[in-house]
Design a protein around this ligand. Structure first.
Ligand code: ATP
Length: 236
């Protein structure tokens, strides 16, 4: 079953048309990457889904057209967006950030168990549980941002460049944890990533954006075998 489908999505910032026709689909339980150069419209595509930019076209989540819904409505439907730049609440502690992620939930026992799961997934956070988010390293802040999103128990996790600004080994360990999360939870994912080698650790398929349009899509194996993709995104 398709969980999320975008059909010919368009978006503009004021007079500047940024998306001119983006189509993609995320199957239930699947993980899809969005590849593309700087400025291709990857972040805007994610913002179109989570309701922070005005869009045209069709965005269907779980059978419902969600285009034009407000961000909090989209979140309540089960879509959690980890933005570029992470967006943790810097003055709050790690534990408080995790609790904020669960603010819509009433099931205290399950919330506590989910906090424990996040700390198991990202052991660095367990050591920093009482620290302010502002005191964390870049990698730890990314781990916290992902964990906070998970605390809402989303059906779809949207990740915008989880590797941005991280040392290669830190980026790999963040991706390893996301891969483990995927294997254990079956949560669906949509991942923007400049570094296709990292994205391909977790996604089954990807779409390529060029100047606001989806121009190519394929399975991870197909894309790895494509000369153009290898040259542009895999450092071959
Ligand atoms: P990057 O990897 O650099 O973030 P991207 O593929 O995610 O690139 P977007 O951030 O979606 O691209 O930006 C697409 C285009 O929209 C770019 O040309 C960018 O300059 C422009 N843009 C992004 N945000 C705004 C904004 N708030 N107002 C006006 N133009 C914007």
């Amino acid at each position: 079953m398709t969980l999320l489908e975008l059909v010919d999505v368009t978006a503009a910032y004021g007079p500047v048309q940024v998306l001119v026709g983006v189509s993609l689909a995320v199957p239930e339980g699947g993980a899809v990457g969005i590849l593309g150069a700087n400025g291709a419209g990857k972040t805007t595509t994610l913002r179109a889904i989570s309701g922070t930019v005005r869009v045209g076209g069709r965005i269907v989540f779980d059978g419902r057209d969600i285009r034009g819904r407000r961000p909090e409505q989209v979140a309540a439907l089960g879509i959690a967006h980890v933005p570029e730049g992470r967006g943790t609440l810097t003055r709050l502690t790690v534990r408080e950030n995790l609790r904020v992620g669960a603010y819509l939930r009433k099931d205290a026992k399950a919330v506590a168990a989910d906090i424990d799961y996040c700390l198991d997934l990202f052991p660095n956070l367990r050591e920093r549980i009482g620290s302010a988010a502002s005191a964390l390293s870049g990698g730890e802040q990314q781990m916290l941002a992902v964990s906070r999103a998970l605390m809402a128990r989303p059906r779809l996790l949207i990740l915008d460049e989880p590797s941005l600004g991280l040392a290669p080994s830190t980026a790999r360990s963040v991706y390893d944890a996301i891969a483990r999360l995927r294997a254990e939870s079956g949560i669906s994912m949509l991942v923007v990533e400049q570094n296709a080698n990292l994205a391909f650790r977790i996604v089954d398929s990807a779409v390529v954006l060029e100047t606001g349009r989806s121009v190519l899509s394929g399975t991870t194996a197909e894309l790895k075998g494509d000369d153009g993709i290898r040259k542009a995104y895999l450092g071959a």
